[in-house]
Write a new protein. Structure first.
Length: 361
């Protein structure tokens, strides 16, 4: 039988949204063979389309990964080529601070990006001889009908990676990898350190880009002087004209860093919120649906993975069992996250001691 066959758990029922499912069945009803052969043909066609899309997403991920590598390398080159000479001609103590801080950010950015790309997010173990229709499952476990294997709570199937991922958050094209249980921390810290890095570069280049944009015009310097930025005007002497192409290059790097800063602020803020409330990008949708259903029944929905804001972050960052924030967060660390990504009963038991899903008052 094909992927869309009418078995106990068909591909249509599990993987195709309802509105598209109705269209397929409407087409089937107009045919003379609305069952196996037609559905096998439709399943093969639909699966081929999905394979093409998945291949496209894979190629986009490869491109994005290369783009991040080239982009970071270009920014680093710009820092050494244009920012370091200016800093050297200024205050030497400030120069040392800038160099130490800049290289600290660079090391953390490279480390967390490398670990995010090459760390396996985690996958549930394969069960030999597992029957997805008749086997008994542990509490909270479900069946992945694509893998035909059991999957633990918070695990989801990624069609791009073609596997189930533990505590899957999303498939990230920028990491060229899924964000899951074992590399979620690297992904988040990469965003945070990258944001500080782009802010650092904007601070190093903004005056140079400002005067490149201004050129020989006097309106902008007079405006700055009116606001009391006399020191900025004095620094103009440190920025000799290096040619139109180099001016354009510096301005381009500055505005790209500025745009990335805004983008990372939005992306990082959203992920910080999700971590704070102990939800993934997938769970935020499923939990919203569950809250709506519970509200209709007059009940209160409780996220059993939520320990509270502070402890959620301690679990996420892995700073438990004697680990420190300074050593295991501010500095590069390869420590593993809390738990194995499959067993979440401890959080459920802790919450059941304090909360009861009861009728809303």
């Amino acid at each position: 039988m094909g992927l869309l066959s009418f078995g106990k758990c068909s591909f249509i029922e599990k993987c195709i949204p309802k509105r598209f499912r109705l269209v397929i069945f409407a087409i089937c009803s107009l045919s003379q063979t609305p069952d196996a052969r037609f559905m096998d043909c439709a399943g093969s066609t639909f699966d081929s389309v999905l394979n093409v899309l998945e291949r496209g997403v894979w190629l986009i991920g490869l491109f994005c990964c290369c783009l991040v590598t080239v982009g970071v390398s270009t920014v680093v080159m710009t820092f050494y080529q244009y920012a370091v000479p200016i800093l050297w001609m200024g205050n030497r103590a400030l120069f040392v601070i800038y160099m130490i801080y800049g290289h600290y950010l660079l090391v953390n950015i490279c480390f967390h990006y490398y670990m995010g790309v090459f760390t396996n997010p985690g996958a549930p173990p394969k069960v030999t001889g597992f029957d997805p229709y008749n086997s008994k499952l542990q509490r909270g476990w479900k069946v992945c009908y694509t893998c035909e294997q059991p999957k633990p709570p918070r695990a989801h199937h990624c069609r791009v990676c073609n596997r189930c991922v533990l505590k899957m958050d999303h498939h990230c094209p920028w990491l060229f990898n899924c964000v899951g249980h074992y590399n979620h921390r690297y992904f988040m810290l990469f965003i945070i350190f990258m944001w500080f890095g782009t802010c650092f570069m904007c601070n190093c280049l903004w005056r140079r880009a400002l005067f490149f944009v201004n050129g020989e015009r006097t309106t902008l310097p007079e405006l700055l002087q009116g606001f009391g930025f006399d020191s900025v005007l004095q620094d103009q002497l440190l920025y000799p004209h290096r040619g139109d192409y180099e001016e354009l290059f510096v301005m381009l790097v500055f505005f790209i860093c500025f745009a990335v800063t805004i983008a990372l602020l939005l992306l990082g803020g959203w992920n910080i919120y999700l971590i704070t409330v102990a939800e993934t990008s997938i769970e935020v949708h499923t939990n919203r649906k569950a809250r709506t259903e519970y509200r209709k029944e007059g009940k209160i929905f409780v996220n059993t993975y939520n320990y509270g804001y502070i402890y959620n972050w301690r679990i996420f960052l892995g700073i438990v069992n004697g680990r420190s924030f300074f050593r295991h967060v501010l500095l590069p660390s390869c420590h593993k996250p809390t738990g194995n990504g499959m067993e979440w009963t401890d959080s459920e038991e802790k919450y059941m001691k304090h909360y009861i899903v009861s009728d809303a008052v």
